[in-house]
Design a protein around this ligand. Structure first.
Ligand code: HEC
Length: 143
């Protein structure tokens, strides 16, 4: 368990190191692919291969659960298990968890659902993401 925690901390630090990610404006100009590379890849690895060994980071490649865009979007919005919520306001304590807007979430959802051997063609819009419940945003307080 301690090993797992260290792994999570290491992964979180990996993406926190990029100064780009501390600025919402900078993130706003990124494509879904770039958001994946800068934020998700630190944990889910290149090509969405996941991390084996600790077994903590599921494979996003060829992932049958991705048939549901809501599942993917809800995971990014509100977190899941050891994954932090990216729909919550950025942590005020200078920490590592960047905030993604609904538009950025739809971009990265579209990217992972159409790459890494996932070929779900339906595109998700920012409005569809906005219509999902955002409990993490409430939990972490206003922007
Ligand atoms: C700090 C590490 C970390 C980051 C960064 C991260 N994830 Fe995750 N992710 C996890 C962990 C851990 C799980 C497993 C959660 C569980 O089920 O307990 C997970 C699960 C998922 C799942 C569910 C997969 C499944 O088969 O159940 C999806 C989808 C997902 N992540 C997408 C993303 C996307 C997209 C990003 C980038 C916006 C991202 N993750 C960033 C750690 C991370």
């Amino acid at each position: 368990m301690r090993g797992l925690l260290l792994l999570v901390v290491a992964a979180v630090s990996a993406y926190a190191d990029s100064p780009m990610l501390t600025s919402r404006a900078a993130l706003g100009s990124l494509t879904g692919e770039q958001i994946y590379d800068h934020i998700c890849q630190g944990c889910h690895m290149q090509g969405g291969q996941g991390a084996t060994g600790a077994g903590a980071y599921p494979k996003l490649a060829g992932n049958g659960k991705f048939v549901s865009w809501e599942f993917v979007a809800q995971t990014v919005l509100n977190g899941r298990g050891g994954m932090p919520p990216f729909g919550a306001p950025a942590n005020q304590e200078g920490s590592s968890r960047p905030h993604l807007t609904d538009a950025q979430i739809s971009d990265v959802v579209n990217y992972v659902r159409t790459h890494f051997k996932n070929s779900y063609k339906s595109t998700v819009t920012a409005d569809q993401v906005a219509a999902l419940p955002h409990p993490a945003a409430e939990l972490f307080g206003p922007q």
